[in-house]
Ligand binder design. Structure first.
Ligand code: SAM
Length: 305
């Protein structure tokens, strides 16, 4: 991430959710609050940037698509980032909902970006303490936007600024009302890609240390082939290139076949590892638009031993 600047990729994933909520049916994930983070000028500019991508790859796009809106819809649905962002959010909130019924009392959102859970899911929020952990620059941006929007911050929501590469996440939690004895659900969406592998493992180990047995963590990751140009799907190569252009370099992937053993060493039991095909079957099959699960992207759910 660029020093002192809101994460550009966090704004893009917000745009993906916002676009989907306002343009697509049926919804994969309905983040009906996401548009709020952008003013009119920013919405136009983000749409324009997407159109520039279409023009760069297909200068004759006007002969392919009847109008700009159809071209934009096609791009949004076929990019790598949109299906990953939507389906990981759906997967996470479905499991969260289930585990709250089973006794989870805290929700820690790591690298929260513009996540709107605390404002969108009032019925669950009332049963939880929520901790949004994020880079200070991204969190400052979000808090300013929330103030401008006049959204009321629920008393259950706690903002905890942390730079995962510099600060101690466990020390930061200690300075917050986080209860290490309470059954906790951690989500870590769209972040593992950007951190060195030792930082990712240290974070997962800390999660296992600071929460009781039975707590859960959900994270998404890219497999290692995503980082090998000869093996990576073209749209995933495009996503890596786009992130790099934005100054947020995707550097780390996991090997699915050894993930369970790696997590085991860190104090976690891998409960589920959804492959792209599993994600396709669960969240995309039967759609008549262009959305499909993204190659190389996995969703992992692990339980603290
Ligand atoms: C692609 S965004 C994902 C945001 C959100 N989870 C989502 O799905 O929309 C990546 C998030 O990771 C955070 N992040 C990246 N590097 C970080 C670091 N070193 N420390 C803390 N947060 C970091 C960014 O601030 C941003 O919120």
């Amino acid at each position: 991430m660029k020093e002192n600047q809101v994460s550009s990729m966090a704004l893009w994933t917000t745009y993906f959710r916002a676009y989907h909520a306002t343009h697509d049916e049926p919804k994969i994930f309905d983040d009906f609050l996401a548009w709020g983070f952008f003013n009119e000028e920013e919405r136009t500019s983000l749409g324009q940037q997407m159109m520039n991508i279409i023009k760069a790859f297909n200068p004759a796009y006007t002969s392919v698509f009847p109008d700009q809106a159809t071209a934009l819809a096609w791009l949004m649905q076929t990019l790598a980032g949109t299906p990953i962002t939507l389906s990981r959010a759906k997967y996470t909130e479905e499991i969260l909902e289930k585990t709250v019924r089973q006794g989870v009392r805290q929700y820690v959102i790591l690298g929260a970006g513009m996540d709107t859970f605390a404002f969108r899911r009032k019925e669950l929020v009332e049963q939880l303490q929520i901790f949004e952990i994020d880079h200070p620059a991204t969190q400052d941006f979000k808090r300013n936007r929330i103030t401008e929007l006049g959204w009321e911050i629920p008393e259950q929501l706690h903002f905890v600024p942390v730079d995962f590469t510099k600060d101690s996440f466990s020390e930061a939690l200690k300075r917050s009302p986080y209860d290490p004895q309470a059954l906790t659900f951690f989500s870590w969406l769209g972040v593992s890609y950007y951190l060195p592998q030792d930082v990712v493992f240290a974070m997962l180990k800390t999660i296992a240390k600071v929460s009781p047995t039975g707590s859960l963590v959900i994270f998404d990751y890219l497999d290692k082939e995503a980082f090998v140009p000869e093996k990576a799907a073209p749209r995933v190569q495009g996503m890596l290139g786009f992130a790099q252009q934005k100054g947020e370099i995707m550097i780390a992937g996991f090997e699915p076949s050894t993930l369970a053993a790696e997590l085991d060493r860190l104090g976690l039991r891998l409960e589920e590892d959804l492959s792209p095909w599993d994600i396709e079957v669960r969240h995309f099959m039967g759609r008549t638009d262009f959305y499909h699960a993204c190659e190389h992207a996995h969703f992992a759910c692990a339980v603290v031993k």
